[in-house]
Design a protein around this ligand. Structure first.
Ligand SMILES: C[S@@+](CC[C@H](N)C(=O)[O-])C[C@H]1O[C@@H](n2cnc3c(N)ncnc32)[C@H](O)[C@@H]1O
Length: 275
């Protein structure tokens, strides 16, 4: 798989960037994003899912990613216009591939200044993994994704410890329990609870195979306004514990299913719409 991916990277014209990145890595410099998405072959689970969504949508021009980190997903997304938002990017933002726009901002600041007329076909929400921030990112993104699909990252925590909303605390508690690795999902799972209980105007499915659990979300009808739950309703969901909701496994109302079925459902739910 690794060898095949390497070959695809070279065939797609990203070989020179790979070489430059190896030099940059040993010099402690930020990496460059690949010049163009790798067109086929194995991909990480996020770009694989995002590209499958984009390929099936009637409009597939504009992609938004909240939380970009090293850019491994952003660089592999096949859309002519890709927008990334992250206050602490780990790649060279002064030398971006054609069609990539980047904002070194927290997502709240980005959305506060975004033209209300801006539209995205797919948005990937993978920034700060807390319920409050991810819910805000979802609602803000919905204002700009009318006929497309939003992908929420890490909606299925491995266990109670990866679901602790404070990353440093989660990692410390896991280390103390003798668990190795840096996995952290936060309490993004509560956003699925909020969608299920407070947003009848949204449809969603949760992907549970081939990589991290993620949830696809779309407007059931593009003309129906997004609900505005009260602060008390949102706080009640924030107060839920892992044990109350997830101790016996993922509830049916998360709509758990495999990747292909979830993507098919999202595309069927949005098919034929145009911006
Ligand atoms: C899990 S990483 C993103 C990974 C990336 N989407 C990918 O697939 O390779 C999370 C990123 O979110 C960023 N982040 C944290 N708080 C944020 C915020 N308020 N707005 C946007 N990004 C944020 C962090 O700097 C970090 O780079």
């Amino acid at each position: 798989m690794r060898g095949l991916r390497k070959l695809m990277v070279i065939l797609s014209g990203n070989g020179p960037t790979s070489v430059v990145n190896r030099r940059r890595e040993s010099a402690g410099q930020p990496r460059l994003l690949f010049r163009r998405p790798v067109p086929f072959g194995p991909q990480l689970h996020s770009p694989r899912r995002i590209n499958a969504l984009l390929a099936g949508l009637p409009s597939r021009n504009d992609y938004l990613e909240i939380g970009v980190f090293t850019g491994f997903t952003l660089q592999d997304v096949r859309a002519p216009h890709r927008v990334g938002v992250d206050p602490d990017p780990r790649f060279d933002i002064t030398d971006l591939p054609r069609g990539v726009e980047f904002h070194t901002l927290e997502s709240d600041s980005y959305f506060a200044t975004l033209d209300p007329a801006a539209r995205f076909d797919v948005a990937f929400i993978d920034g700060l993994h807390t319920y409050e921030q991810t819910y805000r990112d979802l609602i803000n993104a919905l204002a700009h994704v009318r006929d497309g699909v939003i992908l929420l990252d890490d909606t299925v925590p491995d266990d109670e410890l990866t679901a602790i909303p404070d990353q440093a605390e989660s990692l410390a508690v896991r280390a103390a329990a003798g668990i190795t690795g840096l996995r952290w999902h936060g309490d993004v799972w509560k956003v699925v609870v909020a969608i299920s209980r407070l947003h009848p105007e949204l449809s969603y499915r949760t992907i549970t195979n081939r990589g991290n659990g993620q949830t696809v979300v779309w407007r059931t009808s593009p003309d129906e306004p997004v609900a505005t739950p009260s602060p008390a309703e949102l706080e009640a969901i924030g107060a839920l514990t892992y044990a109350e909701v997830l101790a016996d496994g993922l509830p049916d109302w998360f709509n758990p299913m495999d990747e292909d079925a979830a993507i098919r459902a999202a595309l069927a739910g949005t098919s034929g719409r145009s911006r």
